[in-house]
Design a protein around this ligand. Structure first.
Ligand code: 1CP
Length: 356
């Protein structure tokens, strides 16, 4: 049954204030993939449950979402799920292979295969994500905001064509030159589902949303502006339209386009509140390019988490000094890696909070 109880009031809203450009008590910090394999309690739970069972069972998804918050003084939670739940809802099989990652045994090879996708009813196959979000809002009891997320169209198209992760995305990139019109159809189909999905997450209680364009790194600037940016813009515009029409308050939107540091100016014009930066981008240069009205998020190299505590502390402090206290959300420049020592998370969070 749908849970219609009002949500508990938010106690720590530094994340939302940073996204809106308001004054913060302390620089907010969260970490991409903060729930996951570097935590022994996650590994333990995964021994008992298949990956997608965890995603699909709100109690389990909430338990895993809560795990990093029990250990660290983080300023946000992010609902436990995966970007590949959308390809699943579109009818593709997605398996999680230990040590490999996601595998799609019947990928989309040719434009003819697009007929296999089932956009009608896709949203109804994702309601478990909304249920987990609503449950999590209650379990959080207002401690920190809850972030929802999605994969962006190009990144999802990449996984669906490659049949999993790929070092080069060469099959997906071949579509851009061999089937440009079908690529547009594919990207638009994904954009439509993504807008529905994000609207549903906001209705369910997500207080901020991040769009992961993790595979932007495979595109040149010209390709990014052609095959990624227009769809990112439509996601934002259509979502804002939908929420406005239904008189649902908008939530801040983060765009994280990994490897697209070449297009920060263009990203700042897409209508998102926050731009996530990977670690190849210099914070001072990024601020100069995007101007004062966008919040920046990032961007410590995940590899820095393997440094000695003193070294890590000084790297994190230096990062915060470069970004400054206003319009800034501290994070890594990509997901935390599985071998990261737990103590590094403690050092990072403390260093960010004490830097300014
Ligand atoms: O708390 C959190 O942040 C974890 C929630 C989360 C998120 C935000 C997971 C759990 N996955 C994601 C997003 C995601 N999934 C992205 C975008 C972020 C990024 O770029 O890192 C991508 C590309 C995926 C696809 C994916 N799922 C990969 C990458 C494969 C590759 O090499 O290209 C992998 C390894 C997964 C599996 C996965 N997703 C999440 C976890 C904890 C895991 C590990 C699987 C396991 O437990 O066995």
């Amino acid at each position: 049954m749908k849970d219609n109880r009002p949500f508990p009031p938010l106690k720590n809203d530094n994340l939302l204030r940073a996204a809106r450009g308001e004054v913060v008590d302390r620089v907010p910090v969260w970490v991409m993939r903060q729930a996951g394999r570097y935590l022994p309690e996650f590994q333990e739970l995964r021994k008992q449950h298949d990956f997608f069972t965890v995603c699909r069972t709100p109690e389990l998804a909430c338990e895993v979402t809560m795990q990093p918050l029990r250990r660290f003084d983080l300023d946000a939670s992010i609902i436990f799920s995966d970007i590949l739940v959308i390809p699943q809802a579109l009818g593709l099989t997605v398996e999680m292979h230990a040590g490999v990652g996601p595998v799609l045994p019947q990928p989309i090879c040719t434009p003819e295969d697009l007929k296999r996708l089932t956009p009608d009813g896709a949203l109804s196959r994702l309601t478990y994500v909304g249920d987990a979000i609503t449950m999590m809002r209650h379990k959080l009891d207002g401690r920190v905001p809850l972030i929802g997320f999605t994969g962006a169209p190009w990144t999802l198209m990449g996984y669906m064509i490659e049949g999993g992760g790929s070092k080069t995305m060469s099959k997906a990139k071949a579509w851009l030159t061999n089937y440009p019109e079908d690529t547009k159809l594919f990207l638009n189909l994904l954009t439509d589902v993504i807008v529905d999905y994000l609207e549903m997450q906001v209705t369910a209680g997500a207080q901020m949303l991040q769009v992961f364009e993790s595979s932007a790194e495979h595109l040149s600037k010209e390709e990014f502006l052609l095959w990624s940016a227009p769809y990112l813009r439509r996601i934002r515009d259509d979502l804002v339209d939908r929420l406005t029409k239904k008189v649902i308050p908008a939530v801040p939107l983060i765009i994280f386009a990994k490897g697209a540091g070449h297009s920060l100016k263009e990203q700042s014009e897409l209508g998102y509140d926050v731009i996530g930066l990977d670690w190849t981008v210099d914070p001072v240069e990024a601020r100069a390019v995007v101007g004062p009205n966008i919040t920046l998020q990032g961007n410590l190299d995940p590899q820095s988490m393997y440094c000695e505590p003193n070294e890590l502390r000084s790297l994190a402090t230096e990062m915060v000094h470069k970004f400054g206290k206003s319009r800034y959300i501290a994070n890594l420049g990509h997901g935390i890696t599985p071998q990261t020592p737990i103590t590094s998370m403690e050092v990072l969070v403390e260093a960010v909070h004490n830097a300014l």
